[in-house]
Structures are given as C-alpha cells and as structure tokens.
Design a protein around this ligand. Structure first.
Ligand SMILES: C[S@@+](CC[C@H](N)C(=O)[O-])C[C@H]1O[C@@H](n2cnc3c(N)ncnc32)[C@H](O)[C@@H]1O
Length: 293
C-alpha cells in the first residue's frame, strides 16, 4: 500500500515532468481532496497509508490536472479576499487581481453609515460578498445572466452567513428595461431605489486573446471571458445609463482590460465622465476604472 509520502513523491514528479506549475503543491492539494482532509494533514501524516479507493480517486484528479484542468474546479473552491468560495464549471474562478477592488472600496467607504451595492456579472458572488463581509452596514444585489452562477452565488452567500444582506437575481444587462427593473428590485430589497456603489468585473477579453488562452482558462465559461464583440460592450451599454441608478456621491468601480484602456477612456469621455480614475493592479497595469458621481 502506498503512503502519503510515496504518493506525493510519485505524483509531484509526474506533474513536474508534464510541465505543471507548482507540482508539489498541486500534488498535495489534490491528495488532500482525494482523502477528504485539509492541506495540513498531508504535511503531518507522511507515513499514513492510503486506501485503494482513495488512491484511485487521487489518480483521477491527477489525470485531470495533467490535462490542465483548473485546480479550483477540481477542489470545488477558491479563496478570494480570505473567504472561501464554492466554484464549478459554470462560474469564473475568482482572480487575485480582482481583490484590489475591495481594498479600493475600503478607502472610500470606511465612514459610510449605510449603503447599497450592485454587482453586475456576479459569478460566484465573490466581489459583492467580500464587500458585505467587510461592511456590516451594507446590503447588495448581485446579478448575472447565468442561472447556474446565481445558484452558486446563493450557496456562497449562505455559506458565509450573508443571506440577509445579499440578493442574487438572474438578469441580463442587455435587456431593454434592465436599469428600471434593477431600481425596482433595490426598492423592494433596500427601501430605496438608487445605489451608492456599483461594481463589475465584466467579460473583457479581446477576440485575439480568446485564441491564445492558456489551457486552464479554456475550461472556464466563455461568456465570462468574452462578450462576442470587442470586449467593450459592457462599458458601452452601462456607462450611458449608469447615472440613472446612482445616488449622489456614489462610486462605480469597473474592472477593465489594460489593453483596452484607450477605448475605455474614449467611452468615458463620450458619456461626459471626464474625471475617471484608473487603478493599477499589482503588476502596475491599469485594471480598474473608478467613476465618482
Ligand atoms: C468575468 S466574470 C466575473 C465573475 C465575478 N464577478 C468575478 O469577478 O469572479 C463575468 C460575469 O458576467 C456574466 N455576464 C456576462 N454577460 C452578461 C450580461 N449580458 N448580463 C449579465 N451578466 C453577464 C457572466 O455570466 C460572468 O459570470
């Protein structure tokens, strides 16, 4: 029978030989998943034997990893802003660069008493739920056109004890009456129509970027990554209408494709937003546009 140590050694080598990055960590994470323990267990139980059943489960996970299946999908979760979010093939895997949006919001909302948030294209709900966890006085609505992601966002809301302050609904921002509808939803949920904070990480990849995706990303839902147009359709659709759903002194933070910066600046100006700020990610790329109302 194989032990934790021998399994880890063998699979680490296999992953490494197949150019999987951080092979030792991957081997550990997947072993922990196969034996239904946490990562720590794999460090503390090197001589433990692994049953045949668990070993075959481990082998299946490793085979998927060799095909570059994303680890978050194999584990069924991803950490975002120190919270644990369930993920599946219907949801984009939350990205570390998106976490910056929460830090930025914290700078501007620290002294706000009560406020309401709208998250457009909520996916796992990671942005909205992280904001609600940071601000006990906030309530928010997350929308997504994909019903399966809305189910996952609700699961994550329940898991993190935020059901009372978060509402997730299926809706498409391209619908004709979208903005009117969302104001009505907010009125029922929050008692007032307009939002103090609107956030989004919309699909923004370019057509040529879609052709060069790294293998792991090809497993993620296409409509999370690409709008089937020029990667700008969200901004073109939302910016002309955004004032109608914003309260006075509100903030909008939208993640952007650094490669589309010039076009985003143009869309902002065309909609009379002359004082937009651009926030950099950790690699120094302009990753968010901030619009103050
Ligand atoms: C880049 S993902 C972001 C997910 C999540 N907010 C995050 O940061 O991890 C974009 C999300 O927008 C949703 N989406 C795409 N087009 C949409 C539309 N027209 N209306 C509503 N949601 C849309 C996708 O289903 C996807 O969940």
């Amino acid at each position: 029978m194989e032990t934790v140590k021998s399994c880890l050694e063998e699979k680490t080598k296999l992953l490494k030989d197949n150019s999987i990055t951080t092979p030792r960590l991957e081997a550990r994470l997947l072993l922990a998943k196969a034996v239904n323990k946490d990562l720590n267990w794999t460090y503390l139980n090197l001589e433990k034997r692994i049953s045949k059943k668990k070993l075959s489960k481990y082998k299946i996970l490793i085979e998927k990893k060799l095909k570059k299946f994303p680890t978050a999908y194999l584990l069924g979760y991803k950490e975002f802003y120190s919270m644990n979010f369930k993920v599946n093939k219907n949801t984009l895997i939350p990205r570390p660069e998106t976490e910056i949006i929460i830090d930025e919001i914290k700078k501007n909302f620290q002294n706000k008493k009560k406020f309401s948030v709208l998250d457009l294209g909520t996916g796992t709900g990671c942005i909205l739920l992280s904001i609600l966890r940071e601000f006990r006085n906030a309530r928010g609505i997350g929308i997504d056109k994909n019903l399966e992601t809305i189910k996952m966002a609700n699961t994550n809301s329940k898991k993190n004890n935020l059901l009372k302050r978060a509402k997730f609904i299926t809706s498409d921002w391209n619908q004709k009456n979208f903005f009117k509808k969302i104001l009505n939803v907010n009125k029922k949920f929050n008692g007032h129509e307009k939002f103090d904070l609107v956030v989004s990480n919309p699909p923004y990849l370019l057509k040529n970027e879609m052709k060069k995706l790294i293998p792991e990303v090809t497993y993620e839902p296409k409509e999370s990554l690409y709008d089937n147009e020029d990667g700008l359709s969200f901004y073109k659709r939302v910016l002309p209408e955004i004032n109608s759903i914003l309260s006075k002194n509100s903030y909008s933070y939208f993640e952007i494709n650094p490669k589309s910066l010039k076009n985003i600046e143009k869309i902002c100006k065309n909609n009379n937003f002359y004082n937009c700020q651009y926030i950099e990610d950790l690699s120094g790329k302009k990753r968010f546009v901030l619009i103050k109302n």
